[in-house]
Design a binder for this molecule. Structure first.
Ligand code: PNW
Length: 475
């Protein structure tokens, strides 16, 4: 199985998950520093220290990318390194770090794909209201302009926001993520201001225009990254089909429709009428949000099945309802099925057909934009074996299945232009701390030693050749 020669192969990370050095060079405090320091929020009491200490070891990590033959690297910029308080002029030392990283990547022949927001909001902006406050969207656009001014002569591709659904609904409705607020109505205001922030940032980046003086002239490409998810009815009943429509609404269409059609879906607004009147939407906002995307990034891990008749389903088959508000605002009576077997060590269902289904659905319902799989991967709690290697056949198999599913979507006509594995390195997996390991490179958090896993070698061969290599034991 072979991919087009210009298909982009990459690996992804995020600043808070790998950098460590949370107090270096004037970095401000982010909501994830605060959240992780609050007892009971992150498994094992883990924090952003030491992570993979990438802030000091970035050159080694770029060398690993290069040695594996991976030509694209998606990473995120830590807003609190660039604006420690979330406002004001850029912090030179923080900007210098990303400057060095971008130069190191380009010198290695690797395309940089920075994401502006991967969840580390400066704490002072949360104290002023966070994403439910409109001002945060305006501050985000200023930050985007500062980052682009410094890096835009070399960076051609920008992702604005990573997974606004997770930010809004896990951060502000269920409280599973920072800042840990449990306010379903605030999650909807946050949703709108994240979308507005995306639109304003895209305009700021494009407004600074084509680079004519930099080392890499060209027009910047701007996209957003969504963790859109295929939502399947458990069975064929009207109740299950309607539940799937409602969950698809708050999980997927509440982001996709403003981006592509300049409006929030009528059925979603009706379903949410008891929660919010959407008064946060002002004239002109939806025009800003709907400026055409240069690409859409999609993070895919699992599909979900839902039921509108939860009372009639064996409780063993359902995800237990948590003790706080649901992540699926407005769908509180919907039952979410536990992922079927097989599952990863994190208990996430493995079903690569969902990725094909999702890419094709986007190609049909939201046509006209190049698609990139900006994250896909699996957590297995691998260890370094006595022979010094990390044997992770289940991760290699997961990646093999999902790469093939991506190829199937491409063959069927979806405009898929690239694939990024999550993640380059084992890292801080948010509320799970360091207990989950998504890397194709193992990190020993005591010594900071990196070990390329078997899946990393397999992925490197794929990235270098564009042809899917055989899995170990199957040649
Ligand atoms: C994504 N959920 O996060 C993120 O973009 C990464 O930073 C993260 O490490 C990766 O997926 C693996 O989790 C998610 O609970 C975290 O639905 C949680 C959820 C979804 C995505």
């Amino acid at each position: 199985m072979r991919f087009p020669a210009d298909f982009a192969w990459g690996a992804a990370t995020a600043a808070f998950q790998i950098e460590g050095a949370t107090r270096a060079d004037g970095r401000g405090v982010s909501i994830w520093d605060t959240f992780a320091a609050t007892p009971g929020r992150v498994l094992g009491g883990d924090t952003g220290e030491p992570a993979a200490n990438h802030y000091r070891r970035y050159a080694e990590d770029v060398a690993l990318l290069r040695s594996l033959g991976i030509g694209n690297y998606r990473f995120s910029l830590a807003w609190p390194r660039i604006q420690p308080d979330g406002t004001g002029p850029g912090n030179p030392a923080g900007l210098d770090f990303y400057d060095r990283l971008v130069d190191e990547l380009l010198a290695a022949g690797i395309e940089p794909w920075p994401t502006l927001y991967h969840w580390d909001l400066p704490q002072p902006l949360e104290d002023a209201g966070g994403w439910p406050a409109r001002d945060t969207a305006l501050r985000f656009a200023e930050y985007a302009a500062i980052a682009h001014r410094r890096l835009g002569d070399r960076v051609r591709t920008w992702c604005t926001i990573n997974e606004p659904w997770v930010v809004a609904f896990l951060g502000y409705a269920s409280g599973e993520h920072a800042p840990g607020r449990r306010e379903p109505a605030s999650a909807l205001a946050a949703t709108h201001h994240l979308m507005l922030g995306h639109g304003l940032a895209a305009a700021a980046i494009r407004g600074q225009g084509a680079t004519t003086t930099g080392t890499r002239p060209g027009t910047p490409a701007v996209g957003i990254v969504l963790n859109a998810q295929p939502i399947r009815p458990h069975e064929g009943s009207v109740a299950d089909l309607d539940a799937a429509r409602r969950v698809d609404g708050v999980r997927n269409r509440i982001f996709l429709d403003p981006l592509y059609h300049g409006r929030y879906p009528d059925d979603v607004r009706a379903d949410l009428a008891d929660v919010s009147d959407f008064a946060f939407v002002r004239d002109g906002d939806l025009t800003t949000i709907a400026a055409p995307l240069d690409f859409l990034g999609i993070n895919y891990y699992s599909p979900a099945s839902v039921t509108g008749a939860a009372g009639k389903v064996d409780p063993e088959l359902l995800e237990p309802a948590g003790d706080g508000p649901s992540r699926l605002v407005g769908c509180e009576d919907v039952g979410v099925l536990r992922g079927a077997e097989p599952r990863t060590d994190q208990d996430w269902e493995i079903d690569a057909t969902g990725l094909t289904e999702l890419l094709l659905r986007l190609a049909v319902d939201y046509p006209g934009t190049p698609l990139y799989v900006t994250e896909n991967g699996a957590s297995y709690r691998d260890e370094v074996a006595d022979d010094g290697a990390v044997h992770d056949p289940r991760r290699a198999s997961y990646l093999d299945q999902h790469v093939r599913a991506t190829h199937a979507a491409l063959t069927a006509g979806a405009p898929v232009k690239g694939y990024f594995v999550w993640s380059l390195l084992d890292n801080f997996e948010w509320a799970y701390g360091y207990s989950e390991r998504f890397g194709i490179i193992h990190v020993d958090y005591d010594t900071q030693r990196r070990t390329v896993k078997d899946s990393g070698r397999w992925y490197g061969r794929l990235a270098a050749t564009g042809a899917v290599p055989p899995l170990a034991g199957s040649d």
